[in-house]
Design a protein around this ligand. Structure first.
Ligand SMILES: Cc1ncc(COP(=O)(O)O)c(C=O)c1O
Length: 385
């Protein structure tokens, strides 16, 4: 039985273009990019070429891009680095209740250092409350962090409005674009965003790669101390292979978007939802019905326990997730679905299907044959228990 992978918000398979881009770094392109000799210069060339390419993709070739070990480090550097650099100007940070733990936990650590936090509520579709944002800003506010699109339910946040409000008040704005980069319009020249986190493996690159975009003039306190790498903001020898991989993955993802890739993904996702609804009663959609990532489908199945379903679907060769991958393995209910105010049973029965570059129409049709009998079985077993 061929496994069907529908967990692309957790990570995507490595793209063939990435394999090709990485190969030289496993062979003779092993130099340290800080070395001045030809071996070093060869890797430096790739690092700077990818940096330039990502900055152009983000719409601000004059901005700075700091390579990190992933989206998590980019979020930590964006939030904690900015807050600590501005410590003498204020002590207040604002974030949404549905941020990834990389932002939430970074902010909680700052609270232990004496910063004050305001956590913005979201509505039942997961959209942040802009009025609450306006009310929360004080003269002490240093930074607002609101993600571009949510990893669990896919809801797209009104980041242009958030950025406009931040600008009016002279507050920095960080957005976690780990799930949205290459899928949604994101242009730092046209949009009032100062800091943007991205991650390589979500694009089909390698795990352990990411970057933080930093608008010119924005000051950051580094998290890691060491050499002067990455403009003094991230010590440590840059990983040529991972950076080349992220560059190739971003290029392929953006090219795909230009030729209707997102419409294709949305059509497959909607076919999955429609097919499940035709065969099964008791399904509710979590997240915004329209303002949502094209490949994300978070559904609650009544009378089911998400973890039980996940395991049963795994046995049927379908890989999905409950809530965020980072929270899976724990029995804590999803903080995102809780913030949306969903009933306990609806949260317990939620499953996230997420599609990516490699998902095919045949896989969706096969998933539609495999999933409904599993759900019926899990429902019957729960009823009988
Ligand atoms: C929205 C969001 N932010 C940050 C991260 C962390 O990225 P990484 O896995 O590259 O550390 C993830 C990954 O799950 C994510 O979905």
């Amino acid at each position: 039985m061929k496994a069907i992978y529908l967990d692309c918000n957790a990570t995507q398979p490595v793209r063939p273009e990435v394999r090709r881009a990485v190969q030289p770094f496993l062979d003779d392109a092993f130099g340290n990019p800080s070395s001045l000799h030809s071996h070093g210069r060869r890797v430096r060339e790739t690092v700077e070429e990818v940096r330039g390419r990502l900055l152009r993709a983000l719409g601000d070739p004059k901005g700075r891009l700091i390579f990190t070990s992933g989206g998590t480090e980019a979020d930590n550097l964006g939030v904690a680095g900015a807050a600590r650099a501005l410590r003498n100007k204020g002590d207040h940070l604002i974030l949404s209740a549905v941020e990834h733990h990389a932002v939430l936990h970074a902010a909680e650590a700052l609270a232990r250092e004496g910063f004050r936090l305001s956590v913005l509520p979201v509505d039942s579709r997961g959209t942040v409350d802009l009025q609450a944002l306006e009310r929360a800003i004080t003269p002490q506010t240093l930074l607002i962090s609101v993600m571009h699109a949510n990893n669990e339910v896919g809801t797209i946040q009104p980041i242009e409005e958030v950025g406009r409000i931040a600008r009016e008040k002279g507050v920095l704005f960080h957005t976690d674009a780990v799930q949205s980069f290459s899928k949604l319009e994101l242009n730092a020249s046209r949009m009032p965003v100062d800091l943007i986190s991205i991650s390589g493996h979500k694009l089909g690159g390698l795990k352990g790669t990411g970057a933080l975009y930093v608008r010119q003039g924005v000051r950051l306190e580094p998290l890691l101390r060491g050499g002067p790498h990455e403009q003094g903001l991230r010590a440590g020898t840059e990983g040529g292979a991972g950076i080349a991989a992220m560059g190739a993955a971003a290029e392929a993802a953006l090219a795909e978007r230009d030729v209707g890739g997102m419409e294709r993904m949305k059509a497959l996702r909607d076919r999955l939802e429609q097919g499940l609804r035709e065969k099964l009663p008791g399904i509710e959609l979590n997240g915004h019905p329209e303002r949502r990532l094209p490949g994300t489908l978070n559904l609650s199945f009544s009378g089911c326990q998400g973890e039980t379903l996940l395991m049963a679907l795994d046995l049927a060769g379908v890989s999905v997730s409950t809530g965020s991958a980072c929270a899976s393995g724990s029995t804590e209910p999803s903080h995102v679905l809780e913030a949306m105010g969903l009933a306990r049973e609806r949260i317990a029965g939620s499953i996230r299907f997420s599609l990516g570059w490699a998902t095919t129409a045949e896989e969706i049709e096969e998933a539609l044959r495999r999933i409904p009998p599993v759900i019926e079985r899990v429902r019957l077993a729960k009823k009988a228990a």
